[in-house]
Design a protein. Sequence first.
Length: 324
Amino acid sequence: MQKKLDYKPVFTLSYFNRTLQVTREGGGFIVLLFGVGLGAINTGNNLLYLILAMCCSFIAVSGVLSEQTFKGISVQASLPKTIYPEDSYPLNLKISNSKKRIPSYCLHVEFPQDPKGRYHIGPSAYVYQLPPRSSVDRCLIFTGLQRGPARILSVHLKTSFPFGFFVKTKTLRIHLETLIFPIIKEVILPSPEEYSQEGEGTIGLAGDDLYSIREYQPGDPMAAVHWKSSAKTGALRVKEFSKGGLHNYTLFLNILDPQTNAIVGPETLENRVSETASLAYHLIRRGDEVSLKTPEMQTPSANTETHLEHILKILARVGYDNSN
């Protein structure tokens, strides 16, 4: 069950890992409380003093019961280890009450949104009653918006129990990690004859799956020259790959500006990473073998789903350090 905690706070007070917000109804009650207090002082009416004491007891009881509701409550959560951006994934919750005799009421479990906007988590999970020594399962919706590692280190436990005058929030420590892959978009896949030298290009054709060796023709790239055959014949000869079947591609990712030797701007970086990830995704799904090469490393060639996930994990972390 999901239910949005609908209230309009008029005042917020924070202390330790608690936050107390006065709702509109609570604000009206406090104004009424002051009015009764002033009337009791001005008139000396004992009945007004009794009403004032009762109103003050409501506030005290509200604080005690809300704190009792939080006592013994723990939250466990799980997420898939890797996700694709702009897709929705379940964020599974297990909310437990370890108290021996006392139930908890009107609990809302809510995750803080990422200040960097890398992900979005759906509305709060609501538990009307949680009996002692029991637990319930809830599910929220997690949507990745930008590639990179995402860490969730806290969760908010809220309640307006018992009167709805105040909303008390308790922050619980939690540790959730997931990795958001780069955006996969539609790209034009190269044919086996289309490849480029390493440098500004992004694709290089590799491997020895040859169809034939023929004489060099003007316009043929030097990367296609078969040097052993050329040395034997004394004339340049080039490799010609067969169409269809399994081919081997190397994807070159360069994120450094050649003039400044610094990492390119954020928009250019995301475009290059997304293009490389899209090529790897579609080439492997087509049945080709793919290797990823960066200035620091190169992966082996393969065309399995595990290898694709390995490449996407590397690309998802490009530009991030261990502190992100």
